[in-house]
Design a protein around this ligand. Structure first.
Ligand SMILES: [Fe+2]
Length: 164
């Protein structure tokens, strides 16, 4: 696994970041089962500090480049954007429920929203890795891929440290 993107195409670094996100989701699932507040907070921090960078690479760089070829109406990109919105809404909800000392009602709402995020993102990542990214590899020109890669690298990588 490398992050150069050379032998992994233009989307290889995003696939690598998805693996880090999936590992974090596994820890999140355990944290929800045990209602481990410290780990739930750590997951929200991970979304705030790292997933935000990943999402920017997709929303500000890759998706707009793809739209030039695919158009802007409906289709897979709109679907991915809607899921990103959905994810952020649930994260916001958990963040607000975590304020203060969550009582039993808030706790069950946190677990419910957290499990929703687990389901949503696991499927979302499968769709991006297996449907959207192969489309990007096939529609973008070599020149566009070079530019997309450079701009994504400028945003910064979600490195292995962000899994903790
Ligand atoms: Fe993604």
């Amino acid at each position: 696994m490398n992050n150069t993107g050379n032998d992994a195409g233009v989307t290889g670094l995003l696939v690598d970041e998805h693996k880090i996100v999936l590992a974090r989701l596994m820890a999140f699932e355990t944290a929800l089962d045990a209602f481990d507040l410290e780990q739930i907070h750590a997951t929200i921090r991970f979304f705030d500090e790292q997933v935000v960078l990943h999402r920017r690479k997709e929303e500000e760089v890759l998706f707009p480049a793809m739209k030039k070829h695919l158009g802007t109406e409906d289709g897979p990109i709109q679907c991915m954007l809607a899921e990103h919105q959905d994810e952020q809404e649930r994260i916001r909800k958990i963040r607000s429920l975590l304020e203060g000392d969550p009582g039993p009602t808030s706790r069950s709402a946190i677990v419910k929203a957290g499990r929703y995020i687990l389901d949503l993102l696991r499927i979302h990542i499968v769709k991006e890795d297996n449907i959207l990214f192969p489309i990007a590899e096939s529609v973008l020109t070599d020149e566009e891929k070079k530019e997309v890669l450079a701009r994504m690298k400028a945003i910064g990588f979600c490195n292995t440290e962000c899994g903790g």
